[in-house]
Design a protein. Structure first.
Length: 460
């Protein structure tokens, strides 16, 4: 730094000192105002934006695809584009460690290298141009993180377009900036400005072209229960599918009935204090996840059963058990399984039958279970599946097999042997549930609430 420049800086410092800007209270006041603004912003984001709803991480779930937080998505996309390079793509450490490390190193040593006292933007055209393209590239890489690098037909065109926008054009811009700064001298700021604007426009153009030609494949959004009530309801539905067959609706079964391979097996009632008081949540989760082979209980976790339950789903089942049977927990108010029927109301499959079937029937009557191929997972299967065909449910017929077995009347073969036992094998349905099935079958089994609304019980 030459003496003339040092003198100017000293004079400016003296002028600012005379103006009276002090650390206390001036600087502290500014910092406090900024901190308050950031705090209010965080409160607003937490209130109106919230956190993305997702279940707990499950190390045993191999289908889970991790993704970074939004502020790291640009690096996530950079790594994906780097992997598309034929030769370098196999040398992962260059993209994962070397390049980010060099970038952080440059930022670390920059204050010690760049000691120029100039602050006027025209005198800082080169660093401003490099930083501008860098930030612009990070923005587009973040946006492109939701878009595929390989098309559904195997084409690598989207990856090429995105690599041009996010990697090639920024590198060309950095090179051009350096050449312009050291060749044009005084005319460099304007040239860097127009070069940067052109490079930024091309980056946006290639990005938008890739986004328009190759949109992301929208996966079905799965809603995850967040509140306690929703978790209890979800746990009850999962319990009904996976546990009810052996343990019964209320967990009180001591002798298993109607389950092939476990018929007559004596088990402990899981709704008892001996279980609920002595087994904590962590141990209960382990039992559900890994099973009890000596007791005939299979593993339900994904570690040993790829089609099994996630850790979050196991937690929902435990929440249901705790708040339903453990007298140390106060169960919150939960909506009824289905709207109660009015005196002349006809139930529908969508509103009444589907939730009842999910709660009481799917434990046995679903694909993969030995139930005479009678499945109740869809409306069509309830009406037409099974070895007995349409005899299971016949519109307007009180002798339909379904109505008989849920009322405690088994279906017998001509020789008097039992063809279909009473349902459910581990207990009896509530009278109001039986009434819903009865009205539904006799009134023609309407599928939607609109169809049911056009009917009246009893039929005129």
């Amino acid at each position: 730094m030459n003496p003339e420049t040092r003198q100017k800086i000293h004079e400016k410092y003296e002028r600012e000192l005379q103006r009276g800007e002090r650390f206390w209270p001036d600087s502290i006041f500014k910092d406090a105002i900024m901190a308050l603004a950031i705090f209010i912003l965080l409160i607003l984001l937490a209130t109106f934006a919230g956190v993305h709803d997702s279940p707990k991480a499950d190390p045993s779930d191999t289908s889970y695809v991790p993704r970074p937080e939004w502020y790291f998505l640009f690096l996530f996309k950079f790594l994906a584009l780097y992997a598309q390079i034929p030769v370098l793509g196999k040398i992962e450490w260059i993209a994962t460690a070397l390049i980010p490390g060099l970038a952080l190193g440059v930022l670390t040593v920059l204050p010690f290298v760049d000691k120029s006292p100039r602050r006027y933007y025209a005198k800082r055209a080169l660093p401003l141009g490099i930083m501008g393209i860098l930030v612009w590239g990070m923005l587009w890489l973040t946006i492109l993180a939701e878009y595929p690098t390989v098309a559904s037909d195997g084409s690598r065109v989207p990856g090429i377009l995105q690599a041009i926008a996010g990697i090639l054009l920024p590198l060309l811009a950095y090179t051009a900036f350096a050449v312009i700064a050291y060749t044009l001298k005084e005319r460099a700021p304007r040239a860097i400005l127009f070069t940067g604007l052109g490079a930024g426009a091309l980056m946006a153009g290639f990005s938008l072209l890739s986004m328009a030609l190759y949109p992301p494949s929208h996966k079905e959004t799965v809603e995850h229960p967040t509140g306690l009530v929703d978790q209890i309801v979800a746990g009850q539905d999962l319990y009904s599918i996976h546990c009810l067959e052996c343990h019964g609706e209320d967990g009180s079964i001591t002798v298993i009935q109607g389950v092939p391979g476990l018929e007559g097996k004596v088990i402990s009632p899981i709704n008892s204090r001996d279980v609920l008081y002595t087994v904590n949540d962590a141990s209960m989760a382990q039992i559900i996840a890994y099973g009890r082979p000596d007791s005939g209980m299979p593993p339900f976790g994904k570690a040993y059963n790829p089609e099994g339950l996630t850790r979050a789903e196991i937690d929902y089942i435990i929440a249901f058990m705790r708040y339903s049977w453990d007298d140390r927990y106060e169960k919150p108010e939960i909506k009824p399984l289905y709207p109660p029927l009015g005196a002349y109301e006809v139930p529908s499959y969508e509103v009444h039958i589907a939730p009842i079937v999910k709660r009481y029937c799917l434990s046995c009557h679903r694909p993969g279970k030995d139930s005479n191929d009678y499945f109740m997972d869809t409306y069509e299967n309830i009406l037409h599946s099974g070895d007995n065909g349409d005899r299971n449910v016949l519109a307007g017929d009180e002798t339909s097999f379904l109505l008989q077995v849920i009322q405690g009347q088994p279906i017998l073969n001509p020789d008097g042997s039992e063809e279909i036992g009473v349902m459910p094998p581990s207990g009896t349905l509530k009278p109001e549930v039986i009434e819903v099935f009865h009205r539904w079958v006799l009134m023609g089994m309407p599928r939607t609430a609109e169809e049911a609304a056009r009917l009246t019980w009893p039929a005129p």
